[in-house]
Design a binder for this molecule. Structure first.
Ligand code: ATP
Ligand code: MG
Length: 585
């Protein structure tokens, strides 16, 4: 094997080192050995929910490998389970894949192939490889055996080809009620792999389908539909998660027995639909699922959380759905960085959420402009400035990247500063403002606090200070050494904003742990969302929805995708500047 194996495969990013995980090595070898002229992959979500962070790994892998090796990737909706699927999900899935920065070669539905799958099933029957079984679901279970005991043959296993064909056609014609019969593969009831014990290929389900309406009273089972859909599309490398490893022999059985590549008559219905005939023999390769602590990622649980109103919907910024984390302020670049860091292996593990948060911090540190915002305001009046004093200060938008340019920040006699940046009785080591003490106002000068004004309840309502005129920008005393620097906004110019302070949705690392009779519901973090009213500088208020900033000293925030307006800004905290949980313990 050599790296010249894929001449048509420039890396998408010249600066990025070539990735050498075991899947890419297999692809390289297959190309080098001439097993395929080019690479074709697919991302095959079932449209029964929204995509989550785990899917981002599969998407980056499926689309990434196709791109790196000069191939293509299809988006295929594996819509063989009519009851649970919804067009709303189909649209969201497309939105998510595009948002992550990928585009598909073809958009397909497994249901596009129902006719092909049906003809393939008749072929299996004619070959003696499938039979119609009248056992009920309970009986099938009883006949199946266990991990340690072989199963028993169905009493219907030896039906003649003619009888099987007749019954299967009548299943298709809708003559039988749900569950009355199944079409089963005839493989081996004694197999050590339970998936090979005459698995069902078709079941009867009189349910309307989101794509095919009421055309079909029978629906193909996942393993059958999935393997043959891959074959129909000419997929070369079918990447999936480890739980399908035990299904691979069945996958191969379906592909080999049906032999779509060698059966032009079977794929003829595709031509009628205007789809190309490109059947191949695909190869399934499994990799480990992505799992993070402090998250739940099963679509079933996410659906329950939405339905039971534990969150505000699929796109609640606390949800691990791609729609949710997008709204939270996660960027496609951060997710791709996370996927690269995590790598590809065959070892399932529960990763620390700090890997995800760290990738976001790293991306936003480089990509987000700096702004000032005060989220728990207290007023500071600079009493030695004349009434109505205002000026425009020039700030650079990024400390490490001049290409972000500069902006004008209004400054005036009355400022908002953070309540926690002032202490009347400062704890040891406190470097911010205290009565009689000095602090630097970021980019504006050095202030001393002379007076604290309180209301009847004893709460501080205003601080009065003196701004050292010699410490103003450009003045001789501007660089005078001072312990602390705090941020501020001009009270007259700042815009009141809803600041949504999001935190982890669960309080424990493994909310999926159901020992002691608990469920994830028992571990919900009551403080996972707190909304406060703060003030942001004008150059933050005018943000476009989904624009991210670092609010200096506070964290990374994004203008809410739906609710933000320049008149009433709404910012979501994406992530704090530092990992505040690491020290909580
Ligand atoms: P869930 O179990 O969360 O409901 P799923 O596996 O049923 O998800 P599908 O829609 O069938 O979701 O998944 C589409 C593709 O995404 C599959 O190839 C699947 O293997 C992959 N995938 C799903 N979850 C993860 C994950 N956590 N990590 C990596 N890949 C995943
Ligand atoms: Mg699934």
């Amino acid at each position: 094997m050599s790296d010249t194996a894929a001449p048509s495969a420039p890396l998408s990013d010249d600066a990025a080192p070539e990735k050498r995980d075991f899947i890419r090595q297999i692809v390289r070898e297959d190309l080098a050995a001439g097993r395929h002229a080019s690479v074709k992959t697919r991302f095959p979500p079932e449209p029964n929910g929204y995509l989550h962070i785990g899917h981002a790994k599969a998407i980056c892998l499926d689309f990434g490998i196709a791109g790196e090796f000069g191939g293509v990737c299809n988006l295929r909706l594996d819509d063989t389970n009519p009851a649970k699927e919804d067009p709303e999900y189909v649209l969201a899935i497309q939105d998510d894949v595009r948002w992550l920065g990928f585009d598909w070669h073809d958009l397909r539905h497994a249901s596009d192939y129902f006719e092909v799958l049906y003809l393939a099933a008749e072929k299996l029957i004619r070959q003696g490889d499938a039979f119609v079984c009248d056992l009920s679901a309970d009986e099938v279970r009883a006949y199946r055996g266990t991990l340690t005991e072989p199963g028993r043959n169905s009493p219907y296993r030896d039906r003649s080809v003619e009888e099987n064909l007749d019954l299967f056609r009548r299943m298709r014609a809708g003559e039988f009620p749900d569950g009355a019969r199944t079409l089963r593969a005839k493989i081996d009831m004694g197999s050590g792999n339970i998936n090979l014990r005459d698995p069902a290929l078709y079941r009867i389900k009189h349910v309307e389908h989101q794509n095919t309406g009421n055309d079909w009273p029978i629906y193909p089972m996942y393993d059958y539909a999935h393997s043959l859909s891959d074959a129909v599309e000419g997929i070369t490398h079918s990447l999936c998660t480890l739980e399908f490893e035990d299904h691979r022999p069945l996958y191969d059985w379906c592909v080999d027995k049906v032999d779509l590549a060698g059966s032009p008559d079977l794929v003829a219905p595709l031509l009628a639909k205007g789809l190309p005939k490109e059947a191949s023999k695909p190869r399934q390769i499994e990799f480990s699922r992505l799992n993070f602590n402090y998250l739940v990622m099963s679509k079933r649980k996410l659906l329950a959380m939405v339905e039971d109103k534990l969150v505000d919907g699929w796109d609640d910024p606390r949800m691990p759905t791609l729609q949710g984390i997008r709204r939270r302020g996660y960027t496609p670049a951060a997710l791709r960085l996370m996927v690269d860091r995590v790598g590809i292996s065959k070892q399932n593990s529960l990763l620390d959420i700090s890997i995800l948060e760290g990738a976001l911090r790293e991306d936003l540190d480089a990509a987000a402009a700096r702004r000032m915002a005060v989220i728990d305001p207290v007023k500071l009046v600079l009493a030695n400035l004349p009434d109505g004093h205002e000026e425009a200060l020039t700030f650079s938008n990024h400390p490490k990247d001049e290409s972000f340019g500069q902006r004008s920040v209004p400054f005036s006699r009355e400022l908002w500063i953070e309540r926690e940046d002032f202490e009347e009785v400062p704890p040891k080591g406190f470097k911010r403002l205290t009565t009689g003490g000095e602090v630097r106002l970021r980019g504006a000068g050095i202030v001393r606090c002379d007076e604290v004004i309180k209301n009847d309840a004893g709460e501080i309502v205003e601080l009065r200070g003196w701004l050292d005129p010699e410490s103003r920008p450009g003045m001789a005393g501007a660089e005078r050494k001072i312990k602390g620097t705090i941020h501020w906004v001009s009270a007259k110019h700042a815009v009141a904003a809803d600041i949504r302070l999001y935190d982890r949705l669960f309080t424990v690392p493994n909310p999926d742990d159901e020992s002691e009779g608990k469920t994830y519901r028992d571990y919900m973090n009551p403080e996972s969302r707190r909304t406060v009213t703060g003030y942001v500088e004008p150059a933050a208020a005018s943000a476009a929805p989904e624009q991210s900033f670092q609010f200096e000293r506070i964290g990374y925030f994004v203008a809410d995708r739906y609710d933000h307006t320049p008149e009433r800004p709404v910012f979501n905290r994406s992530v704090t500047l530092r990992d505040t949980w690491a020290t909580k313990a």
